[in-house]
Design a protein around this ligand. Structure first.
Ligand SMILES: Nc1ncnc2c1ncn2[C@@H]1O[C@H](COP(=O)(O)OP(=O)(O)O)[C@@H](O)[C@H]1O
Ligand code: SF4
Ligand SMILES: [Mg+2]
Length: 380
């Protein structure tokens, strides 16, 4: 997935776009409002005292529309997995709300919760640790239908066989164990397990990150085909920008526990409007050496989510902040997500100041000169 951005225009298109007529907003299947997860840091004798908190997810709001794939991208440690787990109620939340088809996920109980758990499934990153090595593939895939009331063993076996074939494996593989399969095959088993309970929504948490590049696109294409066939909605998490572009309808960019930009995939990749997204896309290697020499490179490490910077938490690494002469509101006031164009949201006080000239100035000032201590963030 190396050749990802030869077609990309990193410099935003600042010319005013023609305004299309308003279209009715598509139905939201999942709504996330001000979601927060703060992991306590305990200290003192036997950890009796709370000494701080890791603000892994710190005020995230978005919707996932029925039938779409919302890509969620950001550097390692920015809170993607925690956000996915919160949505699925696999972790208790600190604050906020998750609604699935209008129902509050954290207030559901009994049969309603069981039904929500059936409709919301997950495919994990690591196909090696996510399958129980003591169970046969048939039992792994058939477990969900059993939990959800399918008592007939024969019926379950039929579902397992049909799903194995559908994900590109052999019906006879049902009697084998996970260790007998390659990484790509195991991920296909993981996908079959998620689909066995007929879900509506699937969180795909870096489902191809652990796979060989040659296998990645096969699994991505399978996920896309299954989405169409079963009418699925995906939240697709990845740190690889090319993978997200390949599969997403819209993309949310996350930085240190917050969403900083959210827009249609085309808009994100052709006309990024947040300084972080501009730098992320600019840092992706491209075959054209003239472009490579001129790219912006994100400097410094991601700050600790236990003590995020004041104001805009990106200001310690923001090239626009430097170009604009370190404006005070970047340090003092946290920017909220706001609409910059139709359906294009950004959390930056100064996004309108991103011009080709500003990017040139940042590159001239040093943000474009890679050195040993400057890590291209898109390759996290
Ligand atoms: N169970 C946990 N306890 C404490 N800290 C955690 C826990 N899970 C994740 N974190 C921390 O929360 C932050 C976000 O982690 P994670 O959601 O896994 O990020 P990502 O998936 O984007 O790499 C990281 O700093 C991570 O160390
Ligand atoms: S608000 Fe300021 S520091 Fe934050 S992204 Fe915008 S320019 Fe950079
Ligand atoms: Mg993760």
């Amino acid at each position: 997935m190396a050749d990802v951005s030869g077609r990309r225009q990193v410099v935003p298109n600042v010319a005013p776009a023609a305004v299309p007529p308003p279209t009715p907003a598509p139905e939201a299947l999942l709504e996330v409002r001000d979601l927060r997860k703060h992991f306590e840091i305990r200290g003192g004798l036997l950890g009796a005292r709370r000494v701080g908190a890791i603000r892994a997810v710190d005020g995230v709001s978005f919707e996932v529309r029925r039938g779409e794939t919302l890509g969620l991208v950001g550097e390692s440690g920015c809170g993607k997995t925690t956000l996915g787990k919160l949505i699925l109620r696999l972790l208790p939340l600190s604050r906020g709300e998750v609604r699935f088809a209008g129902r509050n996920v954290f207030e559901a109980s009994g049969d309603e919760l069981k039904e929500l758990r059936r409709k919301m499934q997950v495919v994990f990153q690591d196909p090696y640790s996510s399958l129980d090595s003591r169970m046969t593939v048939g039992d792994i895939i058939g477990e969900g239908p059993l939990i959800h009331g399918m008592r007939s063993r024969q019926q379950r076996q039929e579902i397992v066989r049909a799903l194995l074939v559908r994900v590109g494996l052999d019906a006879g593989h049902a009697s084998r164990y996970p260790h007998e399969f390659s990484g790509g095959q195991r991920q296909r088993i993981g996908i079959a397990r998620a689909l066995a309970v007929n879900p509506e929504f699937v969180v795909c948490d870096e489902p191809v990150s652990a796979l060989d590049v040659s296998i990645q696109s096969q699994v991505l294409n399978l996920l896309r085909d299954l989405q169409e066939e079963f009418g699925l909605t995906y939240l697709f998490i990845a740190h690889n920008l090319a993978v997200v572009e390949h599969i997403s309808d819209r993309v949310a960019v996350m930085y240190l526990g917050r969403v900083v930009e959210l827009a249609d995939v085309e808009a994100i990749y052709r006309d990024p409007r947040h300084p972080y997204t501009v730098a992320l896309l600019s840092a992706v290697p491209v075959p054209d050496t003239r472009i490579r020499r001129r790219r912006l490179v994100l400097t410094g490490d991601v700050p600790s989510p236990a003590s995020p910077p004041s104001g805009c938490r990106f200001h310690t690494r923001c090239w626009l902040f430097e170009v604009l002469g370190r404006p005070g509101n970047c340090v003092a006031t946290e920017p909220e997500l706001r609409e910059l164009g139709i359906g294009h949201q950004i959390a930056c006080h100064w996004a309108e100041e991103i011009t080709p000239q500003a990017i040139e100035a940042a590159i001239r000032a040093g943000a474009g000169a890679p050195s040993a201590d400057r890590q291209p963030a898109g390759s996290a």
